[in-house]
Design a protein around this ligand. Sequence first.
Ligand code: PLP
Length: 385
Amino acid sequence: MEEKPVSKDIILKNLEDFQSQDLKYSDGRILGSMCTEAHPFAKEIFCNFLDSNLGDPGLFKGTKQIEDSVIKSIGGLLSADEVYGNVVTGGTEANIMAIRAARNHARKYKGIKKGEIIVPESAHFSFKKAADMMDLKIVEAKLDDNYKIDIESLKNSISDKTVAIVAIAGTTELGLVDPIDEISKIAYDNNIYFHVDAAFGGFSIPFLKEIGYDFPDFDFSLPGVCSITVDPHKMGLAPIPAGGILFRKKEYLEVMAIDSPYLTVKTQSTIVGTRLGAASAATYGIMKYFGKEGYLELIQNLMSNTIFFKEELKKIGYNIVVEPELNIVAFNHPTIGAEELSDLLDERGWKVSVASCPVAIRIILMNHIKKSHLEELLEDLKDLY
Ligand code: PLP
């Protein structure tokens, strides 16, 4: 640290130099991110709540009401009248909380000491972190030919040590939705905690379903679903860090409660202690500002870009890995490997990512990618073909 204070101008210039090395969403070159530029209104609200600490909610009662209201609104989208949970830092923390709730619940009510969680091969790596932290064994259920959980493999994975089953509504690599209705029944019949990771799909599937898209039920309308992850900072256009974890019953928060002696509340169930209220406030604002109509329009635009891009790729001759269900297109060149193609695109300034299962280029059609960017990208893909 400097001995003497530095002037604001110098500091700002300094920071600007660093920031100039970052990519900007608005350039339309970030093609493999599940986050996007937050809406300006949400950013404005965020700055107004930077001092609110939800870790000590007795001091910030108004901000706590905002958080509760956000959870209730998201719960409303997911067929729950009553729901419990928190706005957290993202999908990772939300999934860790869900697994902690399941582990503690099974330990308390079933006496399972060293448990297992069943996740599909397509699950986000946050479940590996959760298992590692909580000394749980991961059992991977195989995928079927359509890259969704294979129901037989799932059934065969269940044991008397299973503390949770996880399914995905909007897989990270391909944006696919598992047969959550069938899995919910299996979990319910076997009295096993069932968590749905809708970090990516939670802000779009409800709206697409309403206009007739063919998705299975995936939310609290299914009696087996115990918790759902939904991230406002992905498809919700809220600023980072805004994840959401919703529980069907209060007891899932209660089994995680730790005494918090010096605070205004007696216990805390979240992983994080000091928590920013800004994410809740910004999410509250953007959800009201968009309303269902706004989100529906947004996702319809993204789906239309997705279909356009997929069809154009096919015309050039690229192989589409699977028909997109959400706004992700995964594809391969007939002869050039995905890693090599990714490097070739990188040389032309395109930041794509490579899926692992199956190996393919993966493009996420987020709000910052406009049709003109896609047309430019298609020109380059034609050129490389
Ligand atoms: N779950 C799913 C399905 C995801 O796609 C992701 C991230 O892409 C996560 C969880 C983790 O979210 P985060 O990066 O916000 O922690």
